[in-house]
Design a protein around this ligand. Structure first.
Ligand code: PHE
Length: 339
């Protein structure tokens, strides 16, 4: 019996030593000290001993139980502490890890060219002036020397609200609005949305963007117009860019011209963008028609001026090599993320 007791004690202490978790200690406690455990079994076996031997053996069993219990308590505490530390370590937050940054937005390519153009023109002394998209026929056409039955109205098929009110078809009405309220010298650019009845395709959209330029002062000449537009083209597309002025017609300018620039993509050699010609048309311009000056209260005998207008979408398409105008309006992130 005593050997059995010693064996139980040795086995329990050995097993306890290698216990890896509190649960192992608990299982051991049930198996050795529990109601149906090994030690309890041994106590029951005391019947086999003589009555004289029983008290001493009983005491030995109790001492063994106390020894195992205290060793278990010790081990259990040790394991609980280790487990707590492991849990805390797992839950710990590493404040030195780099943070997750929110995705950063980008500027729309039209905003990028608009800002660049504003920079170029303000650098030449222009100020930016914006006007209404819902416009009166009076400013969109009449004051610009385009009376009711003028064939030039067909060049700009329009969205009308009423007989006298429409979505502006170009930014030129800002010329008239500005001249009505300001005396020369005038040097302004007017960017904004314009609207025309047009089927949507790769190069047409019923809404697009223009920028108007207007200069009015004493002794403004066609050569001033050439100079400003040449600087503009070189600043925007690069110093090697060449400009070409072709005679044209607009009711509000006389004489009028259209300006081509040497293709920024192929450097004038000829490519798909310039259809092999080496040149790309970018704007309309001319000397402000004296009728327009007079209609806006500026004496054409004292003052002269020039005006120009171009499509921002077209400029952005040339600058970034974009082949379809619809991309500007479709909010496709694959497109927008490239700029
Ligand atoms: N408004 C003209 C257009 O939209 C462009 C232009 C502006 C031409 C100023 C001459 C002078 O086609």
């Amino acid at each position: 019996m005593q050997e059995k007791l010693a064996a139980i004690e040795a086995a329990a202490l050995k097993e306890l030593e290698s216990a890896a978790a509190s649960a192992d200690v608990e299982a051991l406690r049930v198996r050795v000290l529990g109601k149906k455990g090994e030690l309890t079994g041994l106590m029951r076996g005391m019947r086999e001993l003589s009555p004289e031997e029983r008290p001493a053996f009983g005491q030995m069993v109790n001492e063994t139980r106390a020894k195992i219990e205290s060793a278990m308590a010790c081990k259990a505490q040790e394991l609980a502490q280790a487990e707590k530390e492991a849990r805390l370590a797992a839950e710990a937050i590493d404040v030195t890890l780099p943070g997750k940054s929110a995705p950063r937005g980008k500027l729309h390519p039209l905003t990028l060219v608009l800002r660049e153009l504003e920079e170029i023109f303000t650098g030449m002394g222009f100020t930016v002036s914006e006007g209404p998209e819902v416009e009166l026929d009076h400013y969109n056409f009449e004051l610009l020397n385009i009376p009711k039955d003028h064939p030039a109205r067909d060049m700009q098929d329009s969205f009308y609200f009423t007989e006298n009110m429409l979505l502006r078809t170009h930014t030129s009405p800002m010329q008239a609005r500005y001249m009505e309220n300001h005396k020369p010298p005038i040097r302004i650019i007017c960017p904004g949305k314009v609207y025309r009845v047009d089927e949507v395709d790769a190069t047409h959209s019923p809404v697009f963007h223009q920028m108007e330029g207007l200069v009015v002062d004493k002794n403004i000449r066609m050569s001033d117009l050439y100079g400003v537009l040449d600087v503009f083209a070189k600043s925007l597309f690069g110093p090697e860019t060449r400009t070409k002025f072709r005679p044209s017609y607009f009711p509000f300018t006389e004489p009028s011209a259209e300006v081509d620039v040497s293709c920024a993509v192929c450097g004038g050699k000829g490519c798909r963008l310039c259809k092999g010609t080496g040149w790309i048309e970018i704007l309309g311009c001319g000397m402000v028609n004296p009728n327009v000056l007079a209609g806006c209260g500026i004496d054409p005998d004292e003052y002269s001026g020039f005006a120009f207008g171009f499509g921002l979408d077209r400029i952005a398409m040339i600058k970034y090599g974009i082949s379809d105008i619809r991309l500007f309006l479709e909010s496709d992130l694959r497109f927008l993320k490239q700029f």
